[in-house]
Design a protein around this ligand. Structure first.
Ligand SMILES: Nc1ncnc2c1ncn2[C@@H]1O[C@H](COP(=O)(O)OP(=O)(O)OP(=O)(O)O)[C@@H](O)[C@H]1O
Ligand SMILES: [Mg+2]
Length: 357
């Protein structure tokens, strides 16, 4: 009789990990996206211990108990707090794993294109300590392109703009390689910041992250609304008295401050598109630009971008999952995986230029 336990079959999970500033998204080959949680940890300030991760930590945000503080260990798309990133990643990886402890793991992870030597090493070490046996690192822009449907065999160039929480990454991809890219540590979270600052300085109301996030998803728009007097009641804390309070804001009042953020992102795209070689520029002229990342969900951002850069602009399906969907596809094609992943630290980019006396 054949006993299952006697079959010493090595089971491997192939994972794709998009460790973002706002969210960590993990897909497992054959199972699709299995985890999508805020990149947050809740810490007991007295003991320094982590008491909650991800969604559970997010649910405490703004209403933390006296000794609890909620923190984002990833900043601007890179590891800001190594110890906590490591623990958070280990927690998520364990949660996303298919079965018992003896499942081996290989993972492909994304990294921002201008990642430094130090930042990349921190990510790789975190993956190592999370029990990932083999880790492949891949440029985020390329992953987002594949996830948005760009084919690795396509000879012509495609332009992908990933607007994340803390980064905006513009990648021009052809023949399965990044031919040009720019990235800025500035993303959709800047909208939350300007809205909160506006409310505090001009309306005397302090608001929390949950409030600005919900305003962004449901009220804010990047094209001048037909009805600029549409109002929303926003609740928070009165700056003067400290008491709970509410103010009414209008779409017309928020439009210019949000527009300034989106304009800066659109300008980065516009500038990048002026740096292309003629043939690449011709392809982009024909095909336009694809938006990915959670920032692409902002109401009207595609329209705004279209008008600003004068090219076709489309939003990828499931824009928040474009990167992870692209990463997981790499396990279907080992040759491509090998070619596009780069575990060599970016030595050249960060090397100091030797000083010759
Ligand atoms: N429905 C929505 N409307 C507007 N903005 C949204 C919506 N959903 C998510 N966002 C914004 O998208 C951003 C998160 O996007 P995403 O998950 O791609 O970021 P990330 O990958 O964690 O960050 P990064 O790539 O910068 O490291 C946040 O700023 C969030 O507020
Ligand atoms: Mg991202």
């Amino acid at each position: 009789m054949l006993k299952i336990s006697s079959l010493k079959k090595l089971v491997t999970d192939s994972m794709a990990v998009d460790l973002g500033t706002a969210s960590t998204i993990i897909a497992v080959k054959g199972r699709g996206v299995v985890l999508d949680e805020p990149s947050l940890v809740a810490i007991n300030e007295l003991t320094e211990e982590i008491v909650a991760f991800g969604q559970e930590a997010a649910d405490m945000t703004g209403r933390e108990g006296r000794d609890i503080i909620v923190k984002a260990p990833m900043i601007g798309g890179v590891v800001g707090d190594f110890e906590r990133t490591k623990k958070m990643l280990a927690h998520f990886v364990k949660k996303a794993k298919t079965g018992g402890s003896n499942i081996s793991l290989q993972a492909v992870m994304s990294m921002v294109s201008d990642v430094t030597h130090v930042e990349q090493r921190a990510l790789m070490n975190a993956a190592d300590e999370a029990g990932i046996g083999r880790v492949f690192m891949m440029e985020e822009g390329l992953a987002a392109a594949f996830g948005a449907g760009v084919l690795p065999t396509d000879k012509r160039a495609s332009a992908i703009v990933d607007i994340g929480a803390g980064t905006t990454n513009v990648a021009i991809v052809a023949k399965g390689s990044v031919v040009h890219s720019t990235s800025e540590r500035y993303g959709s979270n800047a909208i939350n910041d300007v809205v909160a600052t506006h409310l505090r300085r001009h309306r005397g109301l302090q608001v929390g992250e949950e409030t600005t996030e919900s305003m962004k998803a449901n009220f804010v728009s990047t094209f001048l609304p037909d009805d600029i007097s549409k109002t929303l009641e926003v609740r928070g804390r009165d700056v003067q008295t400290g008491s709970p309070a509410a103010v009414e804001v209008t779409t017309g009042e928020l439009y210019p401050i949000v527009e300034a953020v989106v304009r800066r992102i659109a300008q980065l795209v516009k500038d990048t598109l002026t740096e292309l070689r003629p043939e690449v520029a011709a392809d982009v002229y024909d095909r336009g630009v694809i938006l990915t990342g959670g920032g692409a969900l902002l109401d009207g951002i595609d329209q705004y971008m279209r008008a600003y850069i004068n090219l076709a602009v489309t939003v990828a399906d499931e824009p928040r999952y474009a990167t992870v969907n692209g990463l997981i596809k790499m396990f279907d094609d080992p040759k491509l995986l090998e070619r596009v992943t780069n575990n060599e630290l970016h030595v050249l980019q960060n090397a100091e230029i030797p000083f010759e006396a």
